[in-house]
Design a protein around this ligand. Structure first.
Ligand code: NAD
Length: 246
């Protein structure tokens, strides 16, 4: 039996990148998935590839009504919802001199408000199908900053806070909430970006190296883990190199 045999998951941003890897991993472990994304062609193609265990639904995470439809798609197709993976995200760059209010509102809307709306839309279904798990995707930039990534850093710090308040409210009703903080992962988001020296392993991770943690947090194997954050960063935030250069 797969580790997620009785689980039904909704993954935002599930059409490509890490979200697509999480969908494949969940189905591999016997779970069923609803992929929500603004990228309809890619999302439908992945759902077709995954077959009876997957559905695609158009989802813009900034739209409350889209979230309602996505949760209904899960309960209509598979009868319940146990896992919410708040994965959709964007990254925009700009100095304090040229990062506009519009840039700021846009990224906060997708990366932070989008996750809040997802939790609100899913919470009743998650409670009904408990034990359930909310997995919010932050970043190592949710733990430390990067210059000129103002909106990204702020939104990803916010994700960790939202996870904790949700975890505290839902813990006694058997719904857990945790944050994953990936480091540099090989996805379209950072294609072409030179990240050499960014972590001591000196490489980008394969998205599947994050999916294995998603599977664990989605499953009942992690039944006493809630309100926390787990780094998948190849040692990026462990500290610095040797004091004396060799
Ligand atoms: P990606 O760009 O490949 O995938 C992001 C997905 O989110 C895409 O399918 C995109 O269409 C979708 N999306 C964007 N805006 C949306 C919206 N408004 N509504 C619905 N879907 C939307 O990037 P990825 O690297 O797979 O990113 C997944 C998550 O991981 C993001 O939250 C990102 O911030 C985070 N993350 C990525 C890295 C990395 O190195 N790639 C590191 C840390 C954290």
């Amino acid at each position: 039996m797969g580790r997620l045999q009785d689980k039904v998951a909704l993954i935002s941003g599930g059409a490509r990148g890490m979200g697509a890897a999480h969908a494949r991993a969940i189905v591999h472990e016997g779970g069923r998935v609803v992929l929500g994304d603004v990228l309809e062609a890619e999302g439908k193609a992945l759902a077709d590839e995954l077959g009876d265990s997957a559905r695609f639904v158009p989802l813009d995470v900034t739209r409350e009504e889209d979230w309602g439809a996505a949760v209904r798609a899960a309960t209509d197709a598979f009868g319940k919802l146990n896992v919410l993976v708040n994965n959709a995200g964007i990254c925009t760059v700009g100095s304090l001199f040229d990062y506009t209010l519009e840039d700021w509102n846009h990224i906060i809307g997708v990366n932070l408000t989008g996750q809040f709306l997802g939790i609100r839309a899913a919470v009743s279904a998650l409670l009904e199908s408990a034990p359930s798990s909310i997995i919010n995707i932050s970043s190592t930039q949710g733990v430390e900053g990067i210059a000129e990534l103002h909106g990204y850093t702020a939104s990803k710090f916010g994700v960790r806070g939202l996870t904790k308040s949700a975890a505290l409210e839902l813990a006694s009703r058997n719904v857990r909430a945790n944050t994953i903080c990936p480091g540099t992962i090989a996805t379209p988001m950072n294609e072409g970006l030179d990240v050499s020296g960014f972590n001591p392993m000196n490489r980008k991770a394969d998205p599947a190296e994050v999916s294995s943690l998603v599977v664990y947090l989605a499953s009942d194997e992690s039944s006493f883990i809630s309100g926390t954050e787990i780094l998948v960063d190849g040692g990026e935030l462990a500290g610095h190199g040797p004091l004396i250069a060799k």
